[in-house]
Design a protein around this ligand. Structure first.
Ligand code: ADP
Ligand code: ASP
Ligand code: MG
Length: 248
């Protein structure tokens, strides 16, 4: 999946809580613009606002106990599309050129069963062309398109996978911004005395993720490991970027 090395390219991902309101989206935009001003090319991957995905699933459950999975993907992929448009508008309003792209427009090709698709390739040209034009590229996390041209989703928490896969294709680092300030030995919300880790190997993180540490989606860590993509996890609202785990 590796593309041409470009040290100045960064993929940043902001999760649902971080983009839960318009004010929070504006705060995210400010953070991205700081890095853009430093001269970086930036791809921003975002999740649906707050609990949007849960709400969409709940609506479907009011219709059927077992809703059609293609239609589920059509439904739950909409959340991310709202966020990309709003964030891109904020960039434009702040005087920065920006474009929002759905998974399909970002070239994300997937396969497998609906609601649990896997990315098998990314046709990166469209993203690269927009970066070359100086735009901040905002990509919808969690979604892609299959060989039938249908919208697919990557499983819950799948925006992490979108971000790391894009970073793998662009051969750059991936920064995951979330509602905790890093990776802890155990979930810090459940165990308040948990210790923050300065560094964790891909293998240890994969194990933690597969045991349910939702802070990083398992598949995202697998892709990071395969392509040796440095991944940083930090708080959206902090101003320090901590190197929390990285390939060996
Ligand atoms: P986002 O919406 O940004 O993707 P998630 O809710 O998916 O955020 O992941 C962040 C959450 O992961 C934190 O709020 C935390 O409760 C949980 N979490 C579980 N295990 C860990 C861990 N070992 N270290 C840090 N956070 C963890
Ligand atoms: N919005 C999706 C979910 O809630 C994807 C993500 O947040 O990563 O699972
Ligand atoms: Mg998540």
């Amino acid at each position: 999946m590796k593309g041409v090395m470009n040290l100045a390219t960064i993929v940043q991902k902001y999760g649902g809580t971080s983009v839960g309101t318009i004010d929070k989206i504006k705060a995210v935009a400010k953070k991205v613009i700081e890095r853009k001003k430093e001269g970086n090319d930036i791809v921003v991957v975002v999740s649906a606002m707050g609990k949007t995905t849960d709400k969409l699933i709940d609506m479907a459950k009011q219709i059927s106990d077992n809703p059609n999975k293609r239609e589920m993907d059509m439904l739950i992929s909409t959340g991310e599309q709202v966020t990309i448009a709003l964030l891109s508008m904020v960039f434009q309003e702040s005087g920065y050129d920006s474009v929002s792209l759905t998974g399909f427009q970002a070239g994300i090709k997937t396969g497998g069963v609906h609601t649990k698709n896997r990315i098998f390739d990314i046709e990166i040209q469209n993203v690269e062309n927009h970066l070359k034009d100086g735009k901040i590229v905002v990509v919808a996390g969690f979604q892609g398109m299959n060989e039938n041209g249908d919208i697919t989703t990557l499983g819950r928490g799948g925006s992490d996978t979108t971000a790391v896969a894009l970073a793998a294709k662009l051969n750059c680092t991936c920064e995951i911004y979330t509602d905790v300030d890093g990776i802890y030995g155990v979930d810090p919300r459940v165990w308040p005395n948990a210790k923050k880790l300065d560094y964790i190997s891909y293998e240890e993180m994969m194990e933690m993720a597969s045991l349910g540490a939702g802070v990083m989606e398992t598949r995202a860590v697998e892709i990071g490991c395969k392509y040796k993509i440095p991944i940083y996890v930090a708080s959206t609202h902090g101003n320090t970027k901590r190197n929390l785990y990285k390939g060996v």
